[in-house]
Design a protein around this ligand. Structure first.
Ligand code: PEP
Ligand code: MG
Length: 323
């Protein structure tokens, strides 16, 4: 197996019948990029920016953030780098922000909700990201979007930031795509409307599963209920991909499911354009994709979506797809 994986370095990520997809890595610190490149990742589909805020006892300055984003962008050269704006709250705490203790932190004051409530934090981060865009192929992604109103507000802050950079004569790329995480069921269900207003989607299955099944992703007592094979989850993924494609945008995935060996073929068959995962899963996913015929899997998708239980889904994949 080790040999097989090594053999995948330098190969294209293409299905057996010739359909190309993008295979990229998730990173949480600038140094993580080395591992992604070593495993021949084609870019970064999720740069979690929380580390800048957590390894600090006050808000990181624009310059400090700029240096971190620029470092990664330059290492990637022209490969894509999707930077997600701060996703604080839920399970991720930052003491100096003095966020209120809440009954339901995962349903509370977190991520883009904090960014829109305290726009100076989001503005500083967006300025740093746009400045770094001059040095690489950067894309911006907003976490935990639940409504079009939030999306419009976030985009209007991004526009303000671009205008202020122009005024200050600071260079930035005018090709920076703006996308959202699809991790709240409402967005998956209404995907087409969101797709009209963004350049890309990235499906965050870690949270999407938690919110769809009402299962706290960190609660050991109910972890048996947290199941990526639940047919409702697969349907939401399919709706997101279809909604995005109907509006002509690309759709990726950066939750753990993107590297799930049983689901990679299914995602390929559904038309997912970009798979983003921890570095260690990249070569295995490339092996699966290169040995799977996309058109053949397509003919199974309706049947899979009409199965009743998660176990049925797993069995179906084992018997008919992995063979
Ligand atoms: C997700 O929710 O799937 C995701 C990738 O984001 P995080 O795990 O950082 O919440
Ligand atoms: Mg998430």
């Amino acid at each position: 197996l080790k040999e097989k994986l090594k053999d995948m370095v330098g190969k294209e990520t293409k299905s057996k019948d010739g359909h190309k997809v993008e295979l990229v890595g998730n990173i949480g610190t600038p140094s993580d990029i080395d591992k992604v490149l070593e495993k021949d990742g084609e870019g970064v589909g999720l740069f979690r920016s929380e580390f800048l805020y957590m390894d600090n006892d006050s808000l990181p300055t624009e310059d400090k953030q700029f240096e971190a984003y620029k470092e990664v962008a330059m290492k990637l050269q022209d490969k894509p780098l999707v930077i997600r704006t701060l996703d604080v709250g839920g399970d991720k705490e930052i003491p100096y922000l003095n966020l209120p203790k809440e009954m339901n932190p995962f349903l509370g004051y977190r991520a883009i909700r904090v960014g829109l409530d305290r726009p100076e934090i989001l503005k500083t981060q967006l300025r740093a990201i746009y400045r770094a865009s001059h040095y690489g192929n950067i894309k911006i992604m907003f976490p935990m979007i639940s409504s079009i109103d939030e999306l419009r507000e976030a985009k209007s802050i991004a526009k303000e930031v671009r205008e202020s950079l122009k005024e200050d004569n600071i260079p930035f790329s005018d090709k920076v795509e703006i996308g959202i995480m699809v991790e709240i069921p409402a967005v998956a269900v209404h995907a087409k409307a969101f797709a009209k207003e963004v350049d890309f989607f990235s499906i965050g299955t870690n949270d999407l599963i938690q919110y769809t099944l009402a299962v706290d992703r960190g609660n050991q007592n109910i972890s048996n209920l947290y199941n990526q094979y639940h047919p409702a989850i697969l349907r939401l993924i399919k709706m997101t991909i279809d909604g995005g494609h109907e509006e002509g945008i690309w759709v990726g995935m950066c939750g753990e499911v993107a590297g799930d060996k049983k689901l990679v073929p299914i995602l390929l068959g559904m038309g997912l354009d970009e798979f983003s995962m921890s570095a260690g899963s990249i070569l295995g996913a490339r092996y699966i994709i290169r040995n799977t015929s996309k058109e053949e899997i397509k003919s199974h998708i309706d049947r899979v979506l009409n199965l009743s239980t998660a176990t049925d889904v797993e069995n179906y994949i084992d018997e008919n797809i992995l063979k």
